[in-house]
Design a protein around this ligand. Sequence first.
Ligand SMILES: CC(C)(COP(=O)(O)OP(=O)(O)OC[C@H]1O[C@@H](n2cnc3c(N)ncnc32)[C@H](O)[C@@H]1OP(=O)(O)O)[C@@H](O)C(=O)NCCC(=O)NCCS
Length: 153
Amino acid sequence: MDYSKFIVKEASSQDLQLFSDLCLLVFGQGYNWPPELFEKWMKTQNAHLYLMWYKTQLVGSVMTCPQFDAEGKPIIYLYWVAISPLYQGQGLGKHLLQKVISQEDTVWELGVDETNLRARRLYEKLGFVPYETLGLQPSVRSGAKQYRLQPNR
Ligand SMILES: CC(C)(COP(=O)(O)OP(=O)(O)OC[C@H]1O[C@@H](n2cnc3c(N)ncnc32)[C@H](O)[C@@H]1OP(=O)(O)O)[C@@H](O)C(=O)NCCC(=O)NCCS
């Protein structure tokens, strides 16, 4: 796989309809947010959306959102990690996340369903560690399994 053909760029507001379509395809009806809602949410949360493209085709997404952990230390939380079904299982999720997390030497966090083994394996390969392994108290985020990636890895 020639990963250099898959370009990761920060999204503009014109990309949000395609992103919204991708989320519906990948996550299903419960995540059917219109572009305006994403735009509003991103503004209020100071979030950034990164999209991966193959030519004009949208292949994947990840949103970064600056937050504070339970001790008040700054972290960046990852949301909307998605790879279009046709492109899954080819290392592109890894490619996208590596590009984004290498931009900043910070603590990265995310939540994932316990049963989502593909995603969990991907995060673990990238160095994310479950909260409990780090001796951290699980947070109250909607029943998801919490992962953290420490800086200076
Ligand atoms: C989870 C997701 C983002 C992963 O992206 P991907 O491009 O499919 O994953 P990759 O191909 O980069 O695979 C990463 C690792 O997962 C593992 N993997 C790949 N296919 C797998 C499978 N069918 N079962 C288990 N593990 C698998 C591989 O070990 C791979 O590591 P390697 O590259 O060192 O071999 C993508 O599958 C997706 O969008 N899924 C639906 C939405 C979702 O669940 N998002 C995450 C929400 S937290």
